[in-house]
Design a protein around this ligand. Structure first.
Ligand code: MSP
Length: 662
């Protein structure tokens, strides 16, 4: 890396406070933390930023549903992120909140600069707005003329006075940027998607709202108090307001960012809007915008509303934080989706960490102790193991780009190649035979070679597994820091004479999954929240009498509450696929009523229409009708779902359609 890059600015997205942290959030943050730790270790001056995104209608609504003010609610969830990152020892330098006064001042300042540049004008906005995605869509982008193309929820037609940013003015300049800086968007394949999108034409961007209050007001100089900033304008600015933009600019020399780490769903905002805003502000563009894929469960994106989130704390507590970090960075190629399973995590721990890394250390501890009283010296490594050493040095000299291109899986694979060279060197040289043949020098050279490979790997693995690698380094008599990085990696030196210390096995093998049902806590939380909401609503109508137990207390409901749910047996008379939907089937279900009910169910992955017709199902019959992909659904099927998939709940013997269940 050149001198010019001595300052390294690394960011995560700022997380919305309408959801508690899950492994998707942990993934971005762990990648960013690894890059920050690596950069510090090699001597860079790092500024690592994370934080929370707290404005917007979505948050306003989420707070309202919980009977809280937006600020109270934002404080609460923002703290949960802060606590988690604290417990995960995430080495951030600043945690920004979009409700910080300095941030809000900075956003207003940016708005004024854009106005001065002639990039902002007032007009009327007409468009389809998805509250959940905080995004506007044009007619052509909608699914079935109504539904959000990203989340499938219903959109609302909004017509309001709005300020616009002249995004269209920057179309050519953006295309030039993608052209001139081929690695500005990572992984490189994503760059083409962005280029095609921009080439298809950019509309100016509506950047203020009058329909809600919870946001940054326009600067006073605009004399237009009814407008608040569009959340994405507010949110993206965090990357510069965190450095003091518009207030106290003393950290601005960290700009431009070395890398913005994000998920693929927010690439458009970071690769199109953000650089255009920066151009308007006359600021340099980031070196890289890097978009990772999603962590899924059984192929579906994780989200609290689906009840399929995996709580990172639960997994880290059970399997070890650093093992979890290793797994996340090793398991999926950057940019691709990865399905989370405990089996995959266990396999990585057992094979990569326990077998390859842990055993190697144990072998070295064992042999050095038995033959040399733990005292090792590297004098003859170059003589007896010249080739292996050269091979290892060549691999290690070339790994850094993998990290800065966020190919963490490749980076780790390369390190593991050197561990394999080490293991093979022992198997081929057989130090125990050499000892019998009185070739002590040769045995010592092999042990020293392997110890040195372990030392070098622990330096380069340090950003991924900070504590474990320090333990390995201590066992080999040194400390991982900038000085040892320079000596062992840059200068390719060897540890000369050192005494090995015994350490207990670092990676005990794991036989069976350690968490019964990952994500269960989150599901329970979501359920509890839904119940609290429902109770709040009914509170006004029926306050519990003093001798009635508050259901929330133990998460129990009364029999009366249970009987409010009308469960009935139904016979499926027709079933068909819903066009354009991966998940939905449309059923006509006979519930013994005048005509069959239409039920739209997300079961297409597990059932074909043909196998359903003529079978019986259990239906929640008094659910408020809902619209899914434009079709009314008048009930819900009962089903059970676990890691192996979903199955419908059916009566054991056929029953008359409409028979009550309960
Ligand atoms: N607030 C915006 C970001 C503004 S940045 C100026 C936002 N927040 S978010 O909380 O919804 O998402 C934050 C990040 O988490 C995104 O990068 C998103 O891709 C990532 N993830 C959310 N769910 C995910 C998975 N299931 N898997 C991996 N990452 C995903 O968007």
């Amino acid at each position: 890396m050149s001198e010019k890059c001595k300052k390294v600015y690394i960011t995560t997205p700022i997380y919305y406070v309408n959801d508690v942290p899950h492994i998707g959030h942990a993934y971005t943050t762990i990648i960013a933390d690894t890059l920050a730790r690596y950069s510090r270790m090699i001597g860079m001056d790092v500024f690592f930023l994370t934080g929370t995104d707290e404005h917007g209608q979505k948050i306003e609504l989420a707070a309202k549903a919980r009977g809280k003010s937006p600020q109270e609610y934002a404080d609460e969830i923002s703290n949960r992120f802060k606590q988690l990152w604290g417990d995960f020892e995430i080495s951030y330098d600043k945690f920004i909140r979009t409700t910080d006064p300095e941030h809000m001042k900075g956003v207003q300042k940016a708005f004024e600069v854009m106005v001065e540049r002639g990039d902002i004008y007032k007009d009327v906005y007409r468009g389809h707005y998805c509250v959940s995605c905080e995004t506007f869509f044009t007619d052509t982008q909608l699914v079935d003329e109504e539904f959000c193309p990203e989340c499938g929820r219903s959109t609302t037609m909004v017509e309001e006075e709005s300020y616009f940013f002249r995004l269209s003015k920057y179309q050519d300049k953006l295309l030039e940027w993608y052209e001139n800086k081929p690695d500005c968007i990572l992984p490189k394949a994503k760059r083409n998607e962005v280029i095609n999108f921009v080439k298809s034409g950019l509309n100016d961007l509506s950047i203020t709202r009058t329909s809600f209050d919870w946001g940054v007001k326009l600067p006073e100089s605009m004399h237009d108090p009814k407008h608040v900033m569009y959340v994405w304008l507010d949110a993206l600015m965090n990357y510069i307001t965190a450095l003091g933009y518009g207030t106290d600019e003393k950290l601005m020399d960290y700009w431009p960012a070395k890398i913005h780490l994000i998920g693929k769903d927010i690439l458009r905002f970071h690769a199109i809007y953000w650089p255009a805003f920066l151009m308007s502000l006359g600021l340099e563009l980031p070196h890289h915008v890097a978009a990772h894929g999603w962590w899924t469960r059984n192929g579906e994106k994780m989200s609290k509303s689906k009840g399929n989130v995996v709580d990172p704390r639960e997994i880290a507590d059970a399997y070890g934080l650093e093992n979890f970090r290793y797994f996340m960075l090793r398991e999926v190629p950057f940019g691709q989706d990865g399905d989370f399973s405990q089996r995959a995590l266990i396999d990585r721990i057992n094979s990569d960490l326990s077998n390859d890394l842990g055993n190697l250390l144990n072998r070295i501890i064992g042999m050095s102790g038995k033959y040399f009283d733990f005292n090792v010296q590297s004098e003859n490594v170059g003589h007896y193991h010249k080739e292996e050493l050269a091979e290892v040095e060549a691999i290690l000299a070339n790994v850094e780009p993998f990290l800065y291109e966020v190919q963490t899986n490749r980076y780790l694979e390369e390190l593991w190649k050197t561990l394999r060279i080490a293991n093979k060197a022992i198997d081929t040289a057989m130090p125990w035979v050499k000892m019998k043949e009185n070739k002590e020098d040769e045995a010592m050279a092999t042990i020293a070679l392997v110890a040195n490979i372990l030392a070098k790997v622990s330096v380069l693995l340090h950003p991924v597994m900070p504590k474990t690698t320090q333990t390995i380094a201590h066992a080999l008599g040194f400390e991982v820091n900038n000085e040892s990085y320079i000596r062992l990696i840059k200068e390719k030196a060897l540890l000369e004479r050192f005494t090995i210390e015994k350490v207990p096995p670092l990676f005990p093998r794991i036989e069976a999954p350690l968490v019964e049902t990952p994500g269960q806590k989150a599901v329970e939380e979501a359920k509890k929240e839904a119940e609290t909401k429902a109770d709040k609503k009914s509170e006004a109508k029926a306050k519990p009498t003093s001798d009635e137990k508050e259901p929330e207390e133990e998460n129990l409901i009364t029999i009366d509450q249970f009987f409010k749910v009308k469960l009935k047996v139904g016979s499926v008379v027709e079933a068909e696929e819903v066009p354009k939907s991966k998940k939905l089937l449309k059923l006509q279900v006979d519930l013994g009523e005048e005509k069959p009910r239409q039920i739209v169910a997300g079961i297409k992955e597990w059932y074909s229409p043909e196998e359903l017709v003529g079978t019986q199902v259990c239906v929640v019959a008094n659910l408020k009708p809902a619209k899914l992909m434009g079709m009314v659904s008048e009930g819900m099927l009962l089903a059970a779902k676990d890691d192996e998939g979903l199955c419908l709940i059916r009566p054991e013997k056929p029953r008359k359609p409409g028979s009550a269940i309960g």
